[in-house]
Write a protein that binds this ligand. Structure first.
Ligand code: HEC
Length: 193
């Protein structure tokens, strides 16, 4: 705009070019805002939070755990005896969920999926796998599934919690980049000079 006033009164040609430029800028900005809103929405809804530091979640989860999980995973999250040894039927006993277990290697989505639908063969277990881990989707609300996991997470060491949070974040970022992104660089390189 300053360029137009510096070089005398704007001709019809430059003003329509300027209009085109404004239109392009406006649509780019609108698109960008939409993309940001969408990514934020994705982040907040597609990855439900398992928060061990929340004031309520772990306390609620402790009750859920005692009622629905402790019979197999142990009152103190210690798992069943000899949990690494397959039984005669080929299935594994319930593993521990305290700091000696390994759920802290999994992102939130995977943990929620396992507790909701069990260890389904071909999904988070090899094809043909059979397991005693039941799915709780018809028994617990998703909020209670998350709460039970928040309680479990609250028993891990700080380094394990931090690791699990990082794994969850990078799983989320992978999802976003696989969906493609619209960057500021792209929008500015498109503008006329
Ligand atoms: C009937 C027994 C039983 C009950 C009840 C049960 N589980 Fe499990 N769970 C298992 C078994 C057995 C496995 C391991 C299965 C395998 O590896 O084949 C398992 C595995 C898991 C895993 C994956 C562990 C890992 O380290 O990857 C999670 C997470 C889990 N259970 C959470 C829960 C939660 C939370 C509850 C309660 C809401 C629950 N389980 C209730 C038997 C049970």
């Amino acid at each position: 705009m300053t360029a137009a006033s510096d070089s005398g009164p704007p001709t019809k040609r430059t003003s329509s070019a300027a209009k085109g430029f404004h239109w392009l800028l406006a649509t780019s900005v609108a698109f960008l805002l939409g993309a940001i809103a969408w990514a934020t929405w994705q982040g907040s809804t597609s990855t439900p939070l398992i928060d061990a530091n929340d004031a309520r979640q772990p306390a609620k989860g402790r009750r859920v755990y005692a009622q629905y999980c402790a019979s197999c995973h142990g009152a103190n999250l210690e798992g069943q005896p000899a949990w690494r040894v397959r039984r005669a039927d080929g299935r594994l006993p319930a593993p521990p969920h305290d700091a000696s277990g390994h759920p802290w290697h999994h992102p939130n989505e995977v943990l929620i999926e396992i507790v909701s639908n069990g260890l389904q063969a071909g999904r988070y277990a090899p094809p043909g796998y059979s397991s005693d881990m039941p799915g709780f989707a018809n028994i617990l609300t998703e909020e209670n599934v998350r709460a039970s996991l928040a309680y479990i997470k609250s028993t891990w060491r700080e380094a394990q919690r931090a690791h699990q949070s990082r794994v969850t974040l990078s799983a989320k970022q992978e999802l976003r980049s696989s969906l493609g992104s619209f960057s500021i660089e792209q929008s500015t390189s498109d503008t006329p000079t």
